[in-house]
Design a protein around this ligand. Structure first.
Ligand SMILES: Nc1ncnc2c1ncn2[C@@H]1O[C@H](COP(=O)(O)OP(=O)(O)O)[C@@H](O)[C@H]1O
Ligand SMILES: [Mg+2]
Length: 352
């Protein structure tokens, strides 16, 4: 069988739903599910199946009688960023999405790293479409979102996102409008940005609801992270909440030390409050999982790094300040573009 077709066992594993429930949704919501594929006398699920089942499940959970809170109208957009590369942003974005999904939140990872777009690689997938095709009007946003592990969605950016950064205003509008559509479909969007303060990173930070800052105990990472924070501050980015994740720590104590040092620095010199979202231990499970092209939260759900990531997801859910059905993050960004600000402010350059 071609390796992108899925058996019922695969769908059970990927969605975390019971087989009986999947069968029930199949009979109840045929119009919302992709066609099954007949092969060698047996029926297989389309790769987009798990995400569709998860969507139905999430909606039904939200609509349970007696439960007051309706599902959010727009996704919470969390941009994962850092001062320098190699601190674990992509691993965090991907595995955090999986843990959010396990906590019942429809999650999508948007690969927005222009330098090294590798979310799909870590997820063991090959992107089929790119944003460039969206711009050319060949595909719709929904087709761009690929079903990833545990039923998360993955939106591979690659060169397409580059166009968002440098393209004509109308292209940027088109992509941003599509992202607003995405916000209506998902509950959480994790944007894996590149490091530093390039134009596209700033665009995405500007569009986000909140920022997840990844640092490591490594001294240059701390210095670079502080530099980025300062740059953000000077950019007059809307006063977005910033959550800190300390990655690759040796111990809880080290994580606490680093986090405290960074937070007090930010408070003292920039007058900004940083919230501590958690830490991840330095552990060989991460590279072992990468070698298998499987996210570590799937490869070893009970490994310490996976548990650390689950705690971060739970912390972030607790820290949600925005009321549900609030405004669209990308919608706000779109207004910014529409209001004649095609040229976003360039970063302030130091003259000395
Ligand atoms: N908690 C961790 N423990 C050990 N290695 C890690 C951990 N997090 C990330 N890594 C490793 O660090 C490298 C960079 O990770 P990646 O997620 O690609 O970072 P970034 O996206 O910030 O460049 C990879 O080789 C990855 O396996
Ligand atoms: Mg990366």
């Amino acid at each position: 069988m071609p390796d992108d077709l899925l058996s019922i066992e695969d769908v059970v594993r990927l969605t975390g739903l019971e087989e009986s429930l999947i069968r029930f949704y199949e009979s109840e919501y045929p119009a919302e599910l992709p066609e099954k594929i007949l092969l060698g006398g047996a029926l297989f699920f389309d790769p987009a199946g798990p995400a569709a089942f998860t969507a139905i499940h999430t909606r039904r959970q939200g609509a349970r009688p007696g439960q007051k809170s309706a599902p959010e109208r727009f996704a919470r957009v969390l941009a994962v960023t850092s001062g320098k590369g190699g601190v674990g942003k992509t691993n965090l974005a991907l595995n955090l999405a999986i843990e959010f999904q396990r906590l019942g939140k429809m999650s999508v990872v948007l690969d927005a790293d222009m330098g090294l777009a590798n979310v799909h690689l870590l997820a063991g997938m090959t992107p089929r479409h790119s944003l460039t095709e969206l711009l050319a009007g060949r595909v719709e946003m929904a087709e761009l979102i690929e079903a990833g592990p545990a039923g998360i969605g993955i939106l591979a950016g690659g060169s397409g996102i580059l166009e968002l950064a440098d393209s004509r205003a109308q292209d940027r509008r088109r992509i941003t409008q599509s992202l607003v559509q995405l916000e209506k479909a998902a509950e959480i969007i994790l944007v894996d940005t590149g490091a530093g303060m390039g134009r596209s990173v700033r665009d995405f930070l500007q569009a986000a609801d909140e920022i997840i800052f990844v640092i490591t105990p490594d001294i240059t990472s701390l210095t670079d992270a502080y530099g980025l924070l300062k740059a953000l501050h000077q950019e007059n980015l809307p006063n977005l909440p910033v959550h800190l994740v300390v990655n690759m720590v040796q111990s809880l104590k080290q994580a606490a030390d680093v986090s405290l040092r960074f937070a007090s620095c930010a408070r003292e010199f920039l007058g900004r409050d940083i919230s501590d979202a958690g830490y991840i231990l330095k552990d060989a499970t991460v590279s072992q999982a990468t070698a298998r092209r499987t996210p570590y939260s799937i490869y070893r759900p009970d490994a310490r790094v996976s548990k650390n990531t689950r705690t971060i997801a739970a912390n972030l859910l607790k820290k949600q300040q925005r009321p549900s059905a609030a405004s669209s993050a990308f919608g706000r960004y779109l207004n910014l573009i529409k209001n004649g600000q095609e040229q976003l402010p360039q970063p302030r350059r130091k003259t000395a």
